[in-house]
Design a protein around this ligand. Structure first.
Ligand code: 0X9
Ligand code: ZN
Length: 414
């Protein structure tokens, strides 16, 4: 009898855990064509979750609940269905998690990410050091890797120029986590056999923070695959409890401007004040502690773009020729690996205004060359990029990373 009660309990636990997950059955991703500004405004009012970066006239990709589909259909605009069953895609990818493979043939949950970082440090103790940047809103550790020749002998404030890579400010952009891990694994793994990488790691310090937003990332694995923001509880307002700040609108340079929202329910909610979130503050502190920092890439997905400041204004930075030259080299390097096209340009004019984005802060406050790379794809799967594209995505972007490291090699630290 006892045994049956126990089994029943387990079953209920399982059912409850399942029931907690957001249900995306009936949801679809559409590519809608809008011809007038009025149509665009109406569409944006009806839709909660815009996926594409093109928010002007023309094609725009949106993720829609059945209710939203009815509302948008009534507008009688040209529609192409990109994902006909979002729920089914999420479910089919969940069963992939079970299959064991190497690190880059499947996505890694947060525990697996931490384990992968630890393993790399254990395997290359003179090259790789894992360190704690701080803890998230919910108290999860945020880790970074420091990679350089003789990492234990190097002073913390090295006279080698430093480059920082980070992923996963946005929780659902899983391929950014794998790409950051891949960069770390390639650098460490090829040191000593590949002359270019051996040379680079003798001259540079590389910092890698695969998951800036661990609470959001864990939430996408346990509760809602399409969560974007962090998971801070904001309070109970007119539409019920509100959670989450968009970390990439929370940075303290021209915070609060165009392309960010003061609505707590919005996907681009900027937070109550600049740097209000512990996740942005800790990463900012790390960067501020590195007087040798010369370059940075913030990885996102999706759309295949190579972006640079500004995000808050259409004005070009005084460094635009440098951004443009390095950005173009990265574009060519990426194209050379699997022939994929990534479009380069400043954020504001290439995609949309996004005040409070990390790259404006990094460049605006520290004058460090800061890029945002939007990884694969171009909308076929969007945030639900199939696992078999992790490796090619990471491979082509590692080529871009090498370009940036080569550029940084020439930036001296006095
Ligand atoms: O909206 C964003 O924050 C980024 N696009 S995403 O679909 N990944 O959310 C682009 C913003 C520009 N990039 C950076 N400032 N890093
Ligand atoms: Zn993003």
């Amino acid at each position: 009898m006892k045994k049956w009660i126990g089994l029943f309990g387990l079953l209920m636990l399982f059912v409850c855990a399942q029931a907690q997950k957001s249900d995306y059955s009936g949801w679809q991703v559409w590519r809608v064509t809008v011809k007038t500004k009025a149509q665009l405004d109406t569409l944006l009012k009806k839709v909660q979750d815009v996926w594409s970066h093109e928010v002007g006239l023309g094609d725009i990709d949106v993720c829609l609940s059945p209710k939203e589909q009815a509302m948008v259909r009534s507008m009688r605009l040209p529609i192409r269905v990109l994902i006909s069953d979002v729920g089914a895609v999420i479910q089919s990818q969940e069963s992939d998690f079970q299959i064991q493979g190497d690190l880059f043939s499947q996505y890694q949950n947060y525990d697996q990410v931490i384990l992968a970082m630890r393993n790399l440090q254990r395997q290359y103790p003179n090259l790789v050091e894992m360190f704690l940047i701080g803890t998230s809103t919910a108290g999860r550790p945020i880790y970074g890797l420091r990679i350089t020749r003789g990492v234990r002998q190097q002073r913390l404030y090295s006279n080698r120029p430093a480059v920082l890579f980070n992923g996963c400010q946005h929780a659902r952009e899983w391929v950014t986590v794998s790409t950051n891990l891949y960069i770390a694994y390639q650098l460490a793994g090829l040191y000593g056999s590949n002359t270019q990488i051996t040379d680079l790691l003798g001259r540079l310090e590389v910092y890698i923070v695969p998951v800036v937003n661990p609470d959001g990332y864990v939430f996408t694995w346990t509760n809602n695959r399409l969560w974007r923001k962090n998971r801070r509880y904001l309070g109970n307002f007119q539409n019920g409890p509100a959670y989450g700040v968009d970390l990439n609108r929370n940075w303290g340079y021209e915070w609060g401007g165009q392309g960010s929202s003061n609505n707590v329910y919005s996907e681009t909610y900027r937070g109550p004040s600049p740097m209000s979130e512990v996740e942005t503050r800790r990463l900012a502190q790390l960067m501020a502690s590195l007087p040798n920092l010369r370059a940075h890439i913030d990885f996102h997905s999706y759309s295949q773009l190579i972006l640079w400041p500004w995000s808050y204004t259409s004005t070009l930075t005084v460094s635009d020729p440098t951004f443009s030259a390095v950005g173009n080299q990265m574009r060519l390097a990426i194209e050379g690996v699997h022939g994929m096209n990534y479009t380069p340009g400043p954020v504001y004019t290439t995609i949309y205004p996004a005040a409070g984005a990390i790259l404006d802060w990094v460049y605006g406050v520290h004058r460090v060359l800061s890029f945002c790379i939007e990884l694969r794809d171009e909308g076929q799967f969007g945030f639900l990029l199939p696992a078999d594209q992790i490796r090619p995505t990471a491979e082509e972007n590692f080529a871009a990373v090498l370009e940036l490291l080569e550029w940084t090699k020439g930036r001296f630290v006095f």
